[in-house]
Design a protein around this ligand. Sequence first.
Ligand code: ATP
Ligand code: MG
Length: 317
Amino acid sequence: MLKIIQKNANEYTARKHNNITKSLSFIQTNSMESRLKIAIQKSGRLSEKSNELLEECGISYSVGSRSLLTSADNFPLDILLLRDDDIPQYVEDGVADIGILGENVVEEMAKNIQIVKRLGFAKCKLSLAIPKEIDYTDVRYFEGKRVATSYPVILQKYLGAKGVNVDIHQISGSVEIAPSIGLADAIFDIVSTGGTLQSNGLKEAEILMRAEAVLVGNKYLNVDQQAILEELLFRIDAVLGSKGKKYVLLNAPAHQLNNIIELLPGAKSPTITPLAVEGWVAIHAVMNENDFWKIVRPLKTLGAEGILVIPIEKIIP
Ligand code: ATP
Ligand code: MG
């Protein structure tokens, strides 16, 4: 028994030491003025959320409308503002060390870079779409067809693996009009709501890929850059971990405490404090907002009162 306790204590000390070493190395890195360069989209669907994420990580910088490079003043990070298509090459070449872009572009460009973290925004899918009057059965429909797309690599890889030969027409924009002007029989493009397909007389036939924004990195970061990246990832985890979560406070009759705790989803151990009024307690717990709406009425039925729902900015487990 004593041995087990000693072993656990040693492991705990080793882990703690490891964490302290990491933090120290970050502070030393900082003082040596090593910096990491991140490439984000200058203007487009990823820009706002990319800037927002960095800001929520406590990194402050200003972006002028014409500038392509800016620096954070409270974190060792320089920010390059680029077209999203250029980011994979820049990261592969080490011009930027890391970048934020759509997984679809990472896959299409097929550069020697790695996905470091999925970021959960700019979700979309890449689909094959065909004129809506066609009776679609399966992917063999595309054999010998002309397909317009901005994503020839992903398309070829998918259909090639299925043994389907297509005639790919690579175009860079307005892919969805290709069938109506006679340029193609089908398209392969990004779909989010399906509204654009519908207004062009098309329907989704196959979903080839689901994508979201990801953080990518150069494969050969040095020790200092790795330390800055780890600090950034620590902050990103804290920000992403709080998405969709709320801090819920409520007052409840003490005799209903167990029933109420059973209702609380995912709350490992809610905080319970007695109220000044005898027989009443305050309960605090973190939960998903969606779950909150499911349990709010049962909570009321059990006598909960004064329910407060408060936003959470960061969660560090
Ligand atoms: P750039 O001028 O930087 O090359 P772009 O026009 O190629 O920009 P955007 O339309 O801004 O790219 O989209 C950037 C990324 O956002 C896409 O590659 C995709 O990952 C994601 N995205 C999410 N939803 C959509 C959508 N409905 N349409 C297009 N892209 C979407
Ligand atoms: Mg682009």
